[in-house]
Write a protein that binds this ligand. Structure first.
Ligand SMILES: Cc1cc2nc3c(=O)[nH]c(=O)nc-3n(C[C@H](O)[C@H](O)[C@H](O)COP(=O)(O)O)c2cc1C
Length: 329
């Protein structure tokens, strides 16, 4: 057992959080992770309010352990604010927040008596979030899969550890095994958050996930050198994320075709109407899929059940921490 300020704050057994990964991760993955003693998370981005309500209900009947719902706190769709209402009204054990105006939603969670964990991408926002005293702060480095900022994980995490003032610090971005967890704990962090590793599980995927097996296989095949942090995915989807936020996806024929030609892609997409219309109509092929995953793909050698990911990560971390302890004379 690795007991930290995070496990104590969230009443979980293991200092591991599974990232919310849009509507591609629901109760199936989150319950598997929570039932294994870590914190499972339902993603909300891309869901309708009704869909989120159904997933929250499924989660309640799938586990009695703590779990969380992830909210992307900017107006990515006209009903984005409604999802915040739905999530808070459901009174989940934990809410994880990222991107945009996390602080006002943090205050709403606090007023509702809910634990909130906030993910940050810059040191400036880390200062503001630490001052607001969430249950934990997640430092997200740019190696991360999905949407992310521009800071490398290691120096960013060290800076936030310096100012955390007792708020548990969780490290995200590039962590996919027990070596990463051991390194995070050795630095003084209280846990890790992993997305890419949990994407390569049989429990990942939702009703709208396209080319699921091909996505997982591509993560397993990727050596970690072939990811791209870029605006291309959001341009293709017609989405507008907060300033400074990019997408990290696996490189493929689509990213190669449009890298450096972002304005042409924007013009091409603008000729179509409605979000997701262009990718659905013109780009929906496995070789072109938008496959959000990070540099930690290079550490993912096989698709594994989520509970096994938790078990192996923990066992490896304990082993590495024991060995690190023996370095001292
Ligand atoms: C497929 C995928 C989808 C993601 N979607 C979200 C999301 O909806 N909300 C969010 O806060 N973070 C999202 N993220 C980012 C994660 O919160 C996390 O920071 C990241 O996965 C950590 O880096 P790693 O991928 O190297 O583990 C996503 C990540 C991935 C891989």
């Amino acid at each position: 057992m690795l007991t930290t300020a995070l496990t104590r704050a969230l009443a979980i057994d293991h200092p591991i959080i599974q990232a919310g990964m849009s509507s591609d991760c629901g109760a199936k993955l989150a319950a598997a992770v929570s039932n294994a003693g870590a914190l499972g998370t339902i993603g909300s981005l891309g869901r309708s309010p009704e869909d989120l309500e159904a997933e929250l209900a499924a989660m309640r009947s799938a586990t009695s352990r703590p779990w969380s719902v992830n909210l992307a706190t900017f107006d990515w769709a006209p009903f984005a604010g409604t999802l915040v209402d739905v999530a808070i009204d459901a009174r989940p054990p934990v809410v994880t927040l990222s991107f945009g105006d996390t602080l006002s939603v943090l205050e709403r969670c606090r007023a509702a008596g809910l634990q909130a964990v906030v993910q940050v991408q810059t040191f400036e926002s880390a200062r503001a979030v630490v001052a607001a005293r969430p249950a934990a702060i997640v430092v997200q480095g740019s190696e991360a899969g999905g949407h992310t900022g521009q800071r490398g994980t290691l120096s960013f995490a060290a800076q936030v550890l310096d100012i955390a003032g007792g708020v548990p610090v969780v490290i995200a971005g590039g962590i996919a095994d027990g070596r990463g967890l051991a390194a995070a704990l050795a630095m003084g962090a209280s846990g890790v958050l992993m997305g890419t590793r949990f994407k390569a599980t049989p429990e990942f995927g939702g009703p709208n996930t396209r080319h699921l097996d091909a996505q997982r296989d591509a993560i397993v095949a990727n050596d970690g050198d072939h990811t791209l942090g870029a605006e291309i995915p959001d341009i293709a989807l017609g989405m507008h994320w907060p300033a400074g936020i990019i997408s990290r996806v696996l490189q493929n024929a689509f990213t190669e075709e449009w890298q450096g030609r972002e304005e042409e892609l924007r013009a091409e997409v603008a000729r179509q109407s409605g979000p997701f219309a262009w990718t659905g109509a013109h780009n929906d092929r496995p070789e072109n899929m938008l496959n959000w995953a990070g540099e930690s793909s290079g550490l993912v050698g096989e698709v594994l059940p989520a509970a096994e990911v938790v078990r192996r990560t923990l066992a490896e971390a304990e082993d590495h921490l024991r060995r690190a302890g023996s370095l001292r004379a």
